[in-house]
Design a protein around this ligand. Structure first.
Ligand SMILES: [Zn+2]
Length: 165
């Protein structure tokens, strides 16, 4: 199997636009942004490549340049929506290697960090580890309605950012 073949059990390839947990926010020719289920850090997103490939070295120049557009758009939008202070971007793909054979699929965790509490709807979001790596076991799965309100706010900010470009 080559890198670009779609395996039958890749959750990123199987993602559908009506996914209630990984909520669709925006896409370009090569990348898709969804809101991550875990909102322990408000506005946490996943940016995934729209074809099955598990090796960053396998990306095309067009995909890399488009990724820069996505990064700029998402950072701008997260600042606009929630006053994010800075961002942690990471690409791990570790979990894929717990399976045999592994089927890694390039995706980036876009994690906004905050030097201040953020009030959204009736909840206060705090970044207790600001200035340090965030704890991966810090998980906050919100009620569906609130999760979708975050997605809506971020979608509006993305559209605003796009219109100002
Ligand atoms: Zn895939």
């Amino acid at each position: 199997m080559t890198n670009s073949d779609t395996p039958t059990d890749c959750s990123l390839c199987e993602w559908l636009p009506d996914d209630p947990d990984y909520v669709f926010l925006h896409e370009t020719e090569y990348w898709r942004i969804v809101l991550a289920p875990n909102q322990s850090l408000l506005g946490r997103c996943v940016v995934s490549l729209k074809r099955h490939s598990g090796d960053l070295a396998d990306q095309t120049p067009e995909e890399v340049l488009d990724w820069l557009n996505i990064l700029q758009l998402l950072e701008k939008s997260l600042r606009l929506a929630f006053d994010a202070t800075m961002f942690n971007w990471s690409c791990y793909m570790n979990h894929a290697y717990r399976e045999s054979p592994p089927a890694p699929h390039i995706h980036w965790w876009a994690v906004p960090r905050y030097n201040h509490p953020v009030h959204f709807e009736n909840k206060v979001f705090e970044d207790a580890q600001f200035g340090n790596p965030y704890h991966h076991d810090q998980i906050d799965l919100l009620p569906k309605e609130l999760h979708h309100q975050i997605a809506e706010k971020l979608k509006v900010a993305i559209n605003k950012s796009l219109s100002k470009e």
